[in-house]
Design a protein around this ligand. Sequence first.
Ligand code: ADE
Length: 230
Amino acid sequence: MRIDILTIFPDMFEGPFNHSIIKRSVEKGLAEIHIHNIRDFATNKHRNVDDYVYGGSAGMVMMVQPIADCIDKLRAEREYAEIIFLTPDGELLNQGMANQMSLKENLIMLCGHYKGIDERIREHYITKEISVGDYVLSGGELAAAVLTDSIIRLLPGVLNDETSALSDSFQDGLLSPPVYTRPANYQGWKVPDVLLSGNDKEIKAWNYAQSLERTRLRRPGMLGETEKLG
Ligand code: ADE
C-alpha cells in the first residue's frame, strides 16, 4: 500500500513514522509513505499557501492552486482509491473504516491548517472526509498520523503475530479483556487463577466474558454495532 500525505509541516511526521510498527512496515516494503510539502507547489513570489477569507471573517484559508497542483501531479502518476481530507467535520474514524482502507492500494491524505482549505478543493478533489474525534486539533497532521497508523498495522505481515490485530479492542465489536504477565503474584496482587490453569477452553471463555463485561460497562453503545466493522 502507498500513502501520500500533503502537508505544510512535513517535519511533523518524522516522529510518528520513524518508530515501531510503521517504521518496520516501511522497511519491510509492506507500506510506502510519501510526505509532500504543499509549499513546494506554490507558484507565487513568496511561496504563500494561504490567503485571507472572502467575506471578511478572520483567519487564513489554504489556497486552491498549490494543493490542486500537488494532487494533479500524483494522480498523473497512479490511481488513488481515496483522496482523504482530515477535518473535524468529517466522518468519525472507527475500526471498520480503518479495515476498509487497509484494503486499498493508494491513498492521498490532505492535512488542513489555519481556518481550513478553500471549499473548491473539497468539492472537486476530496472523496472522503475523516475526523479522528470531536475536538479540534491545530491541523490535520496528527490526525493523518493516527489514520495512517490505524491502517498500516492491519496490513498482512506488518504485525509479528498475525492474530494480534484481530484480537484488538473493536476488531470483533468488543473491547479487549485485561492482560497480565509475570510474576503471577506481585506483592499480593494475583493474576486470576484461570489464566494459570492451562485450560484453553476455560481461558477463552473467561476472556470472552471479560470482554463482554468491559464493553457493557465502558462502551455499551458498541454492543450490537458489529455490522459497522466493515
Ligand atoms: N483537523 C483538526 N481537527 C481535526 C480532527 N479532530 N480530526 C481530523 N482532522 C482535524
